[in-house]
Design a binder for this molecule. Structure first.
Ligand SMILES: *Cc1c(COP(=O)(O)O)cnc(C)c1O
Length: 508
């Protein structure tokens, strides 16, 4: 089956089933060699599949299989192949040393049900990561359990509820959420049984302090806040904001997705944030999205630590360990006294935690700060280049990202610009988010990229702006070089085709 739509389009690799031919095989271990090591044993008749029950697997040579999967991997954009300025997602380079550590057999093959005394190395990594994140965020304790930022938000809302209940304060039903927030914020609020109340932004892109104060009251359980916010702007009145919420008895949850802008510079805990998640797959360079599972550890101020999901790892008192006849384990699992419970099987996504631990250790404290300084520098450099072509919405100095308007040419939408960027070899920025900027083009270069890449990306945007006036159809029908052009993205997500329907005629 040929799937070339136009000459320019790269081909989609054929499905393995389509190139299957009866009898083709990859390498097989010689039957003789196998027999010498392992004696052949007859399978019980009941366990042997009949001819009808044989799995309908494709039959291909080893080379067919290698080419198929290699080509398939190349039909995607990835951080290892392309600049990926997907705003809010912090698509930084994932250093290969993380993978080396994660592949160390003592970690990779360690069983999650192994006893504590046999898991001291893994527990030490978890303990130290908890400590590092607590220090970076300005918190007293951290739970590594949540599997993603969104689950961290849900955790935070459950802790807010548990906190108010523990004080016999049952009348608080509302959580305040700024209108620039990520969609997961109001969703997490609803999932925890609260009502999300939207707070508008002011003309400088900050939370509207007056509107916030007006919304505060004894029915408010808390506020969810992202700093820098999703416009890439530091919340200039954050201390007044958190104070106002505390004064009415609420707690402040920090959405830590944008931590990459402030590492080692300011600690969210010092700004009045009581609880916050860390997106290890954003800030701390672990694989993101289709690349693997994530992790959204949650940090808490001192009086909220006992509500954290568990188990968390604690370090035993050395005096107690020295005590004769005791289990000599230094690190132990501990369920916080008023824990909201477990959120994840076993101990969170350990392989992800390990990668983040390596990343933070490799950089050290001074390195943390330089990550953010370079992320902010790169964003401001690129902002200067992009603004004349696609005007940036707020002209203030940005943090690690900025939001431009992609629809400044007649008949051209942000989506057309984003799709055309693929033809230039760049993954598109985030589009149509945050919702409060029309036709948003949200660009986050990260600290990983060099000046030449940023220049090349800005140049591509200028070229696209020229094309938008000279040949708008080029943009309307972009991308022209990818295996498939415009997909119905809503349907593509809702109706994933994950199963191959085998038809008898295809194998003959
Ligand atoms: C990515 C992101 C989230 C959600 O985090 P996940 O780890 O993807 O669940 C929440 N808020 C903001 C601002 C984000 O960018």
């Amino acid at each position: 089956m040929s799937r070339h739509d136009e000459n320019l389009h790269a081909a989609i690799p054929a499905l393995l089933y389509e190139i299957s031919r009866p009898g083709r095989r990859a390498t097989r271990i010689s039957a003789v060699a196998a027999r010498e090591e392992v004696p052949e044993t007859a399978l019980p008749q009941a366990l042997i599949r009949s001819e009808d029950e044989q799995p309908k697997l494709p039959e291909v040579s080893e080379l067919d299989a290698v080419r198929h999967f290699t080509l398939l991997s190349q039909t995607n954009m990835s951080i290892d192949t392309n600049f990926y300025p997907l705003g809010s997602c912090t698509m930084k380079y994932n250093p290969k040393v993380n993978e080396v550590a994660a592949a160390v057999p003592g970690f990779a093959n360690h069983h999650p049900l192994a006893p504590e005394w046999a898991s001291q190395g893994s527990l030490a990594v978890m303990y130290r990561l908890q400590e590092m994140l607590a220090e970076i965020g300005g918190f007293s304790g951290v739970s590594l359990e949540p599997a993603a930022g969104a689950q961290g938000e849900f955790t935070g809302n459950l802790i807010i509820r548990a906190y108010h209940q523990s004080r016999g304060d049952a009348g608080r039903r509302k959580i305040l959420v700024p209108d620039s927030a990520h969609g997961t914020n109001p969703a997490s609020v609803s999932m925890a049984g609260y009502e999300a109340v939207e707070i508008p932004s002011d003309s400088n892109g900050n939370i509207d302090l007056g509107a916030l104060k007006a919304a505060c009251g004894d029915d408010v359980a808390g506020l969810m806040v992202t700093n820098p916010n999703t416009l890439g702007l530091f919340e200039e009145h954050l201390v007044q904001v958190t104070r106002a919420v505390h004064e009415c008895g609420g707690l402040v949850y920090g959405d830590g997705a944008n931590l990459n802008a402030i590492l080692g510079i300011v600690r969210p805990g010092d700004l009045g944030i009581d609880l916050m998640h860390f997106n290890l797959h954003k800030t701390f360079s672990t694989p993101h999205g289709g690349g693997g599972p994530g992790a959204g550890p949650v940090g808490a101020r001192a009086d909220l630590v006992e509500f954290l999901p568990g188990p968390i790892v604690v370090r035993a008192d050395p005096a107690a360990i020295a005590d004769a006849n005791r289990d000599q384990s230094t690190y132990r699992f501990h369920m916080p006294a008023h824990s909201i419970g477990r959120l994840k099987a076993f101990h969170g996504n350990f392989g992800v935690l390990l990668r983040a631990y390596v990343y933070i250790s490799m950089h050290g404290a001074a390195g943390m700060r330089s990550i953010s300084e370079n992320a902010v520098l790169n964003a401001n450099y690129l902002k200067k280049l992009v603004d004349p072509v696609f005007p940036v919405r707020f002209k203030r100095t940005c943090m690690h990202e900025f939001v431009a308007n992609g629809a400044v040419h007649d008949g051209i939408a942000t989506m057309d610009v984003a799709k055309r960027l693929l033809d230039y070899g760049f993954h598109a920025p985030t589009v149509y988010f945050p919702l409060i900027v029309k036709e948003a083009l949200m660009i986050e270069p990260t600290e990983s990229e060099n000046r030449e890449t940023l220049d090349a990306f800005a140049h591509a945007l200028s070229e696209i702006a020229r094309e938008a006036t000279e040949n708008p159809d080029l943009l309307h029908h972009a991308p022209h070089t990818t295996p498939l052009s415009r997909l119905d993205e809503v349907q593509a997500v809702r109706k994933l085709v994950l199963r191959y329907e085998h038809r008898q005629d295809e194998r003959t």
